[in-house]
Design a protein around this ligand. Structure first.
Ligand SMILES: Cc1cc2nc3c(=O)[nH]c(=O)nc-3n(C[C@H](O)[C@H](O)[C@H](O)COP(=O)(O)OP(=O)(O)OC[C@H]3O[C@@H](n4cnc5c(N)ncnc54)[C@H](O)[C@@H]3O)c2cc1C
Length: 487
């Protein structure tokens, strides 16, 4: 069978695969992208977009209720059917026509079907009718197959027909009682969303709620979850899950507690979609997370570059950072690196430099759309200390900032920054409070660009905005930060 040949073959047309293909095409190479489901991937239909649409109406309602005049105009309750309809619209009605048109417009070839590595630079594609074709890549194959939900081996759970994040994101009904296992970002966001949509929610958070963020930020979310009526089982660990003939799910906790629900959402992490990808054909274990070097080339089991470096892995599947914007950042970098290598250019001279995805290491921004919202970039104080650096943290009451008080009556929030005492730059920033997500990019610039504190004093925040938190944090860090030079 003859193989269709392209410069680059990308497996997976999620946000990352699409962007890799686009970047190499813009660099003058030809690209095919293989997709087994919908072009646009998890983010477009079952993750970022629909989940944020599920949360948005309730957030707007909370905001307006903190303004007496506007709040007086709101006399009814959330229209759940309208929220779900808008969610469907943001999931493009689960159709990928728009993204398919975009691929065609960008000059990228779409091959529908399941892709598998079959050998050096070759990929077989099984289409929905079972027909198999072969693609070969002149320069590179890129794995961008993302992840799927990991279902933990809790006795009875798999047979209890649990919801995964896909079900929670796309359900056309709101269960009366929803139990959620897992207090990470997905569990917390979905507890917030479904509670606001009217479900009685129980959240089982063995390791606490949002354990990866600063303690003052997770504490604010715990307080709001409890205030909204979520039944929070902190430290709880399910011992067994069953669904009876009537459909009721029973979760027995190790401490003897019992939770009854109509649905149980499992939000306990992700597994790489590499189980049926042909990894074993290139000497890697099926189902493993491919390890990569700093230009995202896949490493062999011995830790050395696989073969001559024709295989790359970008986005969620390489486990560096499981966020769309970071995956797309990797996609731009890896696209340029592939073009540089294919055209004899120097990779070190590419815009991304020697260590390609540098911001994957120290400046990852994330907004958690909980109530209240959390915005973070860089390291927490705990993580910064663990690196052995000399660090100092300062915090400030966001509600005391004029712009925040104006934003909403009774505004409650907090922000903090983590300072590297040697370089006098920011290692991290966290804010918690309504609408803090829009504060984040200033912090991302400060952390990613390693702006010295004495220069930050000259970035004057406009009055009266929430950004004045920057001035207050600098003041809290001490007047001398305006003049102090790096040690
Ligand atoms: C509930 C939830 C909410 C989230 N919210 C946010 C958010 O608000 N912001 C944010 O930044 N991130 C969010 N994320 C994370 C975000 O969804 C991922 O980081 C992002 O989708 C990763 O993109 P990707 O292209 O690497 O993988 P994916 O989006 O998973 O795309 C991979 C694609 O590869 C295809 N594929 C897999 N295997 C094969 C194969 N063998 N052959 C052919 N095709 C294949 C899949 O069908 C899929 O289309 C969320 C995740 C979840 C679960």
């Amino acid at each position: 069978m003859s193989a269709a040949e392209f410069d680059v073959v990308v497996i997976g047309a999620g946000p990352v695969g699409e962007n890799v293909a686009d970047r190499v095409t813009q660099g003058g190479l030809t690209a095919a992208v293989v997709e087994s489901e919908l072009v646009g991937g998890e983010c477009s239909y079952w993750a970022c977009m629909p989940t944020k649409a599920l949360l948005r109406d309730a957030a707007a309602l909370r905001a307006v209720r903190h303004l007496p005049g506007a709040g007086a105009a709101v006399t009814g309750e959330l229209d759940v059917a309208a929220v779900l309809r808008r969610r469907d619209r943001f999931a493009s009605e689960y159709r990928d026509d728009g993204q398919v048109d975009w691929l065609a417009g960008a000059g990228i070839t779409l091959v529908r079907g399941h892709g598998r590595l079959t050998g050096r630079r070759t990929v077989s594609v099984t289409d929905p009718d079972g027909r198999v074709s072969t693609l070969s890549a002149r320069h590179a194959v890129v794995l961008a197959t993302g992840t799927s939900p990991a279902v933990p081996p809790i006795p009875g759970l798999a047979d209890a027909r649990p919801w995964t994040s896909r079900d929670a994101a796309s359900s056309s009904t709101v269960p009366d009682r929803l139990a959620i296992i897992g207090g990470g970002v997905v569990g917390t966001e979905m507890a917030t969303a479904y509670r606001a949509l009217g479900a009685a929610v129980t959240l089982v958070a063995r390791d606490g709620v949002l354990p990866g963020v600063e303690a003052y930020a997770s504490a604010a979310v715990v307080e709001a979850l409890l205030a909204s009526g979520v039944d929070l089982r902190l430290g709880g660990s399910p011992a067994r899950v069953d669904r009876d003939a009537g459909g009721t799910v029973r979760i027995r906790l190790e401490d003897g507690g019992l939770i009854e629900a109509d649905e149980v959402l499992v939000a306990t992490g992700r597994a790489p979609r590499t189980g049926d990808l042909g990894l074993e054909r290139v000497g890697l274990a099926a189902g493993s997370w491919p390890a990569v070097d700093d230009t995202l080339r896949v490493l062999g089991a011995d830790g050395a570059l696989l073969d001559d470096g024709w295989l790359y892995a970008a986005g969620d599947v390489n486990r560096r950072v499981l966020l769309t914007h970071q995956g797309k950042y990797q996609a731009r970098a890896v696209g340029d690196v592939i073009v540089a290598r294919a055209t004899g250019g120097a990779v070190d001279a590419a815009p991304w430099g020697r260590h390609v995805p540098t911001a994957d290491d120290h400046a990852v921004p994330q907004v958690i759309f909980s109530d209240p919202e959390i915005a973070t970039v860089g390291l927490t104080a705990r993580a910064a200390e663990a690196t052995g650096r000399r660090v100092r943290s300062v915090e400030y009451d966001l509600g005391a900032v004029a712009g925040a008080a104006l934003h909403a009556d009774g505004y409650r929030g907090r922000a903090g920054m983590v300072i590297d005492e040697q370089s006098h730059t920011l290692l991290g920033f966290t804010a918690v409070g309504p609408d803090v997500g829009e504060l984040l990019h200033a912090a991302t610039i400060a952390v990613a660009a390693e702006v010295p504190l004495h220069r930050l004093w000259h970035a004057v925040p406009a009055y009266p905005t929430m950004s004045e938190i920057w001035l207050r944090l600098l003041e809290a860090a001490g007047r001398d930060t305006a003049t102090r030079q790096p040690a």
